[in-house]
Unconditional design. Structure first.
Lengths: 481, 504
């Protein structure tokens, strides 16, 4: 039998990345500590090459390869480009911080790259097992990343918590997968969908039982209530660059997990899972927005705000319409831009031995640096959904999709829930603009951190002024399946 | 006639604000750089005003159609357009905005010592966004301007405000945001109905009666909070008291008008049946505002609070004028009521702005807004006293000032609708005179009350110019309101037709 090389093209970016990770891993062993910067550049170069390969292998149509367990389509392409980009952003933000805190180790980059590999596999998974493999690759890298500062007790504690809860969630997911496999006789997404179509009789209790466990796994990965407990502790306990990493790209991967399993495979079971998703989403929306008000630590506050935003994403998915899925993707992508910027700001304000993670550390930022105060205001207003920032359009599309599904009450609830949300974002602006600084130290961040921070802040405004192309893109990749 | 005049009126001030921000602040308020900033701010705002005169000269009074229209695609995927235009409702309000902003810039000239560049930039950006609110003909574009405007105002109150500024500004932002979130849901509902955000389409599309009622309530919450109507007015006294003088002026003169503008642009033409259904309630709320808030104003000890409550009472006239339309269909009374409301909006913009500036003049010298801290100001500041008495008379609705025209038109119209409406509305003539003149009596006249008052110096040239221009405008509208009314006439007739139709 002839080897079919075309199928390797579909997975070329992942294979390239894997080879490059190995190179970085080995090369890093031979770098002296003072030349650790080379690892950073190599990691960035790997990301650049991966991006190039990704773009060069853009599929013209949906391609299923490796006996149907792997898929390459426009959705996977968009998701992979996004995760690669955000991992690069996370690395650029991280460098100065890690050097200043004597944490500049090669492991940060290699683990980050391994996580990226997992995310890319998730984006392209077409079978439950491929998905699970990608998920675990990502999760294991993240557990290790959170514990990265091993002498720090908080980090170790939160990593432990993350690991134990994450293992339980993975177990739940795997358990659900086994039931779905048992009932439908397949692990491949399209075959599961076909099986459901052919034999409506299997759409019964055993399958629903499995679906419930899968939903638990998804909710955990997103950090949705009631599976959100790990999220504030991990965000708080991890060092800020790790928090940034965990808070950005993996959310996009979690979205891939949701769409691939719930829509590609179990799309016909919308009636079964939509109720669960709705309850989870509404609870996340309310709990996230309300508990965030009480936080004094900005990382915890942003963690709860993430939970609230996840509510929005899941409600968009809940509608079960192509428009809803596109709105979910749009919301995820745009939220991650703002989240990366917000954690980036924490990194920017930190310096050797000082973590600017309390809300008080933002006091009087306008007096210390008007430009970065403005950027932070952009980011906060974007998260609060104030136009013309991009977060507003995320909300708009999500609510429009929910309203289009006929759920007027939910749409009203989503809007009302964003009012307490506005309060804690305004609190940051209040501290920055209305208070006098307590900390008069000059900002010590390097030029590249400043540059990427500025680009990030301007991006939420610029995207808000021209949001059309991104929305059109989301509609295309999720409408044309 | 410039082709894209409206765009210029929106983006020129915004660009000016960005330039000021880029110039950065100078901690020394007297330095050459700080001076350059002030002059830049003034130049931009005056230039905007001069350009906006083109809106008046080029305006065609004989059509209700949109004029100075600009249309370009913005977000194709959801059919959102960058669609601007003005008619008889929005053109006067844009002129009011561009007229008030330079005065605010002058009023803040050397009063603002901390971060003047950011202060002036906030006002310029705010001006552009406010012009955008009035000019937008695309629902989403309108919403973007409507919400974006809150951010500079939030900063103006919070950074340069008084002692309880944080409380006041958070209340302002959250209150108005709460109002507008449901409006967004209504917008999206209409968008899904018509497939576009075009406001003209929303006015034509048939909507079921229940949906109309719900949409009306969603709109009502947004606009009633902005106006503000009783009982959702409580943010206004706080915001006014804590805001810096310039902030109070813009708040009273223009931001409140957006609520009234919303009613005539959205509620009445888009959901006429829903509006008619709730008209009785709206009239009742308006009359409560006029009478009850009038009494509340009487009891105030703080000058800014008094003017704030007087604003609420006067805005009650605006909503009264709009919602008596259904009581007299096909009669000239309907047009009269709406015209009265519109004239009242413009006039109140001038008068309340002037009143806040007068309080600002006193506050800059004595640093107190308490009525009890003054007395006999006329002895030491005769010129200022003359101005303040003029504006107070206008506030009380003295014939010959702009305050009279609008109120009188609304009272006549409401008499045609129902004499009892007129009875309660006319109580404002008594109450308005009572609270305004009693304040004047206690602040301006009498013996010199204390050393602070004795040490007062009269208006400087800058203050004189600002108050003089406003006094001129108040008298002009009062003595010769015809140009203003002519500008709105045809548009209002069109609106009355729209409000009279049944569209379910």
């Amino acid at each position: 039998m002839m080897m079919d090389f075309t199928q390797y093209i579909a997975a070329a970016p992942e294979m390239t990345l894997l080879v490059l990770i190995c190179v970085v891993l080995v090369a890093d062993l031979f770098f002296e500590d003072e030349r650790r910067i080379l690892t950073y550049w190599m990691a960035l170069a790997s990301l650049g090459i991966t991006l190039w390969v990704l773009l060069a292998t853009t599929p013209s149509a949906r391609m299923e390869v490796f006996s149907g367990s792997y898929v390459s389509d426009s959705l996977s392409q968009v998701l992979k480009l996004a995760v690669t980009g955000f991992v690069a952003v996370a690395f650029i933000y991280a460098r100065d911080y890690l050097r200043a805190n004597d944490l500049h180790k090669g492991e940060f980059y290699t683990l980050g790259l391994f996580g990226l590999l997992g995310m890319m596999i998730m984006a392209s998974a077409n079978s439950l097992l491929t998905m699970y493999l990608g998920l675990e690759t990502l999760a294991l890298s993240q557990y290790a990343l959170v514990a990265f500062d091993r002498n720090n007790e908080t980090s170790a504690e939160s990593a432990m918590k993350y690991f134990v809860l994450g293992a339980i969630a993975s177990g739940a997911l795997l358990y659900g997968i086994s039931w779905v496999y048992g009932v439908t006789g397949s692990i491949q997404f399209d075959q599961i969908a076909t099986a459901l179509l052919k034999d409506p009789a299997i759409n019964s209790m055993p399958l629903w039982f499995g679906v419930a466990f899968i939903v638990v796994g998804i909710a955990f990965k997103f950090g949705a209530v009631p599976f959100h407990m790990w999220l504030p502790d991990v965000y708080h306990g991890a060092r800020s660059p790790v928090t940034l990493y965990v808070a950005s790209a993996p959310k996009i991967a979690a979205f891939a997990l949701t769409i691939r399993i719930l829509v590609d495979a179990l799309g016909d079971l919308h009636d079964v899972w939509s109720g669960m998703i709705m309850v989870i989403a509404v609870l996340s929306l309310l709990l996230g927005n309300i508990v965030a008000i009480a936080q004094t630590n900005i990382k915890r506050m942003l963690a709860y705000s993430t939970i609230a935003h996840v509510g929005f994403i899941l409600l968009a998915v809940f509608t079960g319409t192509e428009e809803g899925y596109a709105a979910g993707l749009f919301y995820t992508l745009t939220y991650v831009v703002a989240a990366a910027g917000a954690f980036g700001m924490v990194i920017l304000l930190s310096r050797r031995g000082f973590e600017a993670e309390s809300l008080r550390d933002f006091k009087g930022l306008n007096a210390r640096s008007p430009w970065f105060a403005l950027m932070m205001m952009f980011l906060m207003m974007s998260m609060a959904g104030i136009p013309p920032f991009i977060g507003f359009f995320g909300k708009l599309n999500a609510i429009s999709a929910v309203l289009g599904g006929g759920y007027t009450g939910l749409a009203v609830l989503m809007m009302l829930a964003s009012v307490p949300g506005l309060y804690y974002y305004l609190k940051v602006v209040w501290y920055m603009y209305f208070e006098e600084p307590e900390d008069l130290a000059v900002l010590q961040a390097n030029t590249d951190t400043r540059l990427v921070m500025s680009l990030n802040g301007v991006a939420v405004l610029a995207l808000g002024i021209v949001p059309g192309w991104l929305w059109a893109l989301c509609l295309t990749v999720l409408g044309g399946q | 006639m410039v082709d894209n005049l409206l765009s210029i009126l929106i983006w020129l001030p915004v660009a000016g604000g960005v330039v000021l921000l880029a110039m950065g602040d100078d901690n020394d308020a007297a330095s050459a750089r700080a001076n350059a900033m002030r002059w830049t701010a003034l130049a931009v705002s005056v230039l905007t005003f001069v350009l906006s005169i083109g809106l008046y000269t080029g305006f065609d009074n004989n059509t209700a159609a949109m004029q100075f229209v600009e249309r370009a695609p913005w977000i194709d995927a959801i059919d959102v357009w960058y669609y601007l235009g003005v008619d008889g409702f929005s053109a006067p309000l844009i002129l009011l905005t561009t007229f008030i902003t330079p005065l605010v810039v002058i009023a803040g000239w050397d009063v603002i010592k901390t971060r003047p560049a950011q202060y002036f930039a906030a006002f310029l950006i705010l001006e552009g966004l406010m012009n955008g609110v009035f000019a937008a003909l695309d629902g989403l574009l309108f919403y973007v301007f409507w919400e974006a405007m809150l951010v500079p105002m939030f900063l103006i109150i919070g950074v340069w405000g008084g002692k309880r500024r944080v409380y006041a500004t958070l209340k302002f932002f959250l209150y108005t945001f709460l109002g507008s979130v449901l409006m967004l849901v209504a917008f999206i509902y209409l968008y899904r109905l018509t497939g576009s955000f075009d406001m003209a389409g929303w006015m034509e599309v048939p909507v079921g009666l229940t949906a109309q009622k719900l949409i009306f309530i969603a709109f009502l919450l947004a606009f009633a909070i902005k106006v503000p109507m009783w009982p959702v007015h409580t943010w206004l006294p706080d915001a006014h008291v804590e805001a810096p003088t310039g902030g109070s002026v813009i708040l009273a003169a223009i931001l409140l008008k957006m609520g009234g503008y919303g009613f005539v642009r959205f509620s009445l033409p888009m959901v006429p049946d829903g509006s008619r259904y709730f008209a009785g309630m709206m009239i009742a709320l308006s009359l409560i505002a006029v009478v009850y808030i009038g009494f509340v104003a009487l009891m105030q000890r703080d000058m800014k609070k008094l003017i704030a409550y007087s604003s609420i009472a006067h805005m009650g006239f605006v909503t009264l004028g709009f919602f008596i339309v259904w009581h007299m269909f096909g009669e000239s009374g309907a047009v009269l009521g709406v015209s009265g409301g519109m004239v009242q909006m413009v006039s109140h913009g001038l008068i309340s702005g002037a009143m806040f500036l007068c309080v600002g003049v006193l506050y800059d010298r004595v640093h107190s807004r308490k009525i009890a801290d003054y007395g006999g100001v006329a002895n030491t500041m005769p010129v200022f006293a003359a101005f303040m008495v003029l504006f107070a008379m206008a506030n009380a609705g003295l014939p010959g000032t702009s305050g009279f025209v609008g109120e009188f038109m609304v009272i006549i119209a409401s008499f045609k609708a129902n004499p009892w409406f007129a009875f309660f509305a006319a109580m404002t003539l008594v109450l308005g005179a009572a609270y305004t003149l009693w304040m004047i009596k206690r602040v301006v006249y009498g013996e010199v009350a204390n050393d602070h008052v004795a040490a007062l110096e009269d208006l400087n040239r800058r203050e004189f110019v600002v108050l003089g221009i406003l006094a001129f405008a108040v008298l002009l509208v009062g003595l010769w309101p015809a140009p203003l009314i002519d500008m709105m006439e045809v548009t209002i007739q069109h609106l009355v037709e729209q409000a009279g139709q049944t569209k379910y």
